[in-house]
Design a protein around this ligand. Structure first.
Ligand SMILES: [Zn+2]
Length: 86
């Protein structure tokens, strides 16, 4: 083993070093527990009651990602507009 592996990366939420990842996000175990992920059983109960449960989650994610991009562009624009030399 060499030390050439990727350096430890920081939890997106608390910036603590972690190599735990979930869906592309670095997230430490304490923060993962606070997210409140549904158990497999709970998800299955939702699916049993609502056959479109997964499809609805995908639609919510698409809305959230568009909202995230819109807000990020807006903030980056402010930063860009205020970062010119004084
Ligand atoms: Zn954390």
């Amino acid at each position: 083993m060499t030390s050439m592996t990727n350096p430890p990366t920081k939890c997106f939420n608390c910036s603590q070093k972690t190599d735990n990842t979930l869906y592309g996000f670095y997230v430490c175990k304490p923060c993962e527990e606070k997210i409140g992920l549904m158990s497999k059983e709970t998800i299955q109960q939702h699916v049993d009651k609502n056959k479109d449960f997964k499809k609805e989650a995908q639609a919510k994610l698409a809305v959230l990602e568009k909202d995230y991009a819109r807000k990020k562009i807006k903030l980056l624009h402010i930063i860009h507009q205020t970062s010119s030399p004084q």
